[in-house]
Every structure is written in C-alpha cells, then in structure tokens.
Design a protein around this ligand. Structure first.
Ligand code: 9MG
Length: 279
C-alpha cells in the first residue's frame, strides 16, 4: 500500500514523507499560556508547507511526559478553528493528533484527512468513531499514560512487545471495519520507554516491516536525543534528530513527524536519492 487517501488529498508513500507538527497547546509555545491565533497557526502552517511538509499534524493536548489531560471541549476549541482554516487554505492533508472520539469526528468534519492517535484507538468510542470516518489512522504504541509513563518503563523484549501490541490493535481495527489500507503504525518513541528501549526500537525498526503497514516515526527534539548528546537542550537536538530520521527511513519508515521541516525534508531527500540509486 503506497497511496494514502487523506479525505481526497493523496499522499504517495513511494518516497519518505514529512509530517510537520503544529501544536496548539500552551506549553508548546513560549507565550505564557496564550494560545496561538488562527492567523499565527496559518502562517506557521504555510511556512511548514513551503519548507516541504507533506502533512500537517494539528494537536490540542500535550502528550509530553507529565502533561495534564484536557477536556474534549478545550481540545475542540483549540484545534477546530485551526483545522478549518488550514484544510481550506492549504493543499496538504491535515492530520488531527487526538485520542478522543468527539475530537476525531469534529476534526474530520472540519477538514482533517487523517487521525494520529497516541492511544491507538483504545479510548472509549474511538474505534467506532474512526471506523465511521473514511480517513487513515496512525496507531501508536505507548506504555502507560503521559502523566506517569516515564516513571518505570519495563519490557522483556521491547521490539517484540511493541510489535505484538500494534498487531493486536490492527486486529481490533479490522474487526471494527477499518481496512488495512487506512492504517499506519508507530512504535511511539519516548512513550513509556527508557533511552535503551528507544535506541533498540530504532536500531531494529526494520522488524516492524513484518507487519506490512506504513510506519510513522516521531523522534524530533525528544529527550532520547538530548540524553545521547550529553544533556543537549531542546534547541540543540536538530543534528541528532536528522540522524535518527535518516536511520528510520533506511529501515523502512514512510513518514517522519518533525518540528524541523526544512532540514528533515532535505535529509530525507538525500537519503532517498542514495537508497534508490542502483547499479
Ligand atoms: C503526538 N505525538 C507526539 N509524539 C509522537 C510520535 O512519536 N508519534 C506520533 N504518531 N504522534 C506523536
């Protein structure tokens, strides 16, 4: 499966694609808790598209370790006006980053063409909501919940366990009427994983190809990069993120979710040129 139909906006996965992150959350912008306006979000979205974003992922609830949950209404108030505006004005598909059934429905009605769910449709009503919406869904693995997930993550074999979880979620989707052609998988870097778990997942990412679904990977600016680079602060993690992005596409990742669109698009373009060059 190499073509995603995101509500009429196709994404061809014959080459690695870039998903730009547009977080509409107070802790995502250093603005003292004031949400970005619709205009500012549109400007940022336009800039990411100009830099090479193939999809924009709009989220209204932070999933960082320790983040507090927000109500569905709060999330709707944050994301719906932004999705309406950018879906109407820009040619690229908009993905909604949510685990709530109501937000999925309203976001798709507002123009979103994809669902990115870090809870892999496990929340109440999410499977049924996604089944009723004709858009691709990214199922991500997480051990625990964002508030506590980094307290003591444990696995016997992280790669096998994450794969088994994703396979079980694929089966749940199929049983609910979501076809394979609408599914993507994500091992969930940083979600209930130690540094070693994250490194093992990236090193062995090609094993996930056994599940025969497109892989989405998000490592951009995450703490695993900071840890490897000697406590590098968030604004010093770009090179590490690019190295991880290239390793991920070499191992089969189809989409890289990132804050740093231009640099990632260039790195993936270079990696793809090397990967497709044959004697
Ligand atoms: C919302 N979000 C934050 N990190 C993410 C990741 O690694 N993957 C996906 N699919 N979503 C993420």
């Amino acid at each position: 499966m190499t073509l995603l139909d995101c509500a009429g906006k196709p994404v061809d996965l014959h080459r690695p694609r870039v998903m730009g992150i547009l977080n509409i959350t107070p802790d995502s912008f250093s603005d003292g808790g004031v949400f970005i306006s619709r205009d500012a979000a549109l400007e940022r979205a336009r800039a990411m598209v100009a830099e090479g974003a193939d999809i924009l992922d709009v989220g209204g609830e932070s999933t960082r370790p320790g983040a507090r949950a927000v109500s569905a209404q709060e999330e709707l108030d944050r994301v719906i006006p932004v999705i309406q505006t950018i879906a109407a004005e820009l040619g690229v598909p908009v993905s909604v980053d949510t685990n709530k059934a109501t937000v999925m429905r309203e976001a798709v009605a507002a123009g979103a063409g994809m669902i990115n769910d870090v809870m892999a449709l496990q929340d109440a009503g999410a499977l049924a909501a996604a089944a009723a919406l004709d858009v691709p869904v990214c199922l991500m693995h997480m051990q625990g919940l964002p508030r506590t997930m980094q307290q003591n993550p444990r696995y016997q074999d992280v790669v096998a366990e994450v794969m088994a979880f994703l396979q079980a979620r694929v089966e749940a989707c199929l049983a609910s009427g979501i076809p394979r052609s609408r599914l993507l998988l994500d091992p969930g870097f940083g979600f209930g994983k130690t540094l070693r778990h994250n490194l093992l997942l990236l090193r062995h990412l090609e094993r996930f190809n056994e599940l025969r679904l497109p892989l989405l990977v998000g490592i951009s600016r995450k703490s695993m990069i900071g840890a490897v680079l000697g406590d590098a602060p968030v604004d010093q993690r770009l090179s590490g993120g690019l190295a991880c992005a290239v390793m991920a596409v070499e191992r089969g990742a189809a989409i890289i979710r990132t804050h740093d669109v231009k640099a990632t698009a260039d790195a993936l373009c270079m990696a793809h040129a090397v990967m497709k060059c044959e004697v």
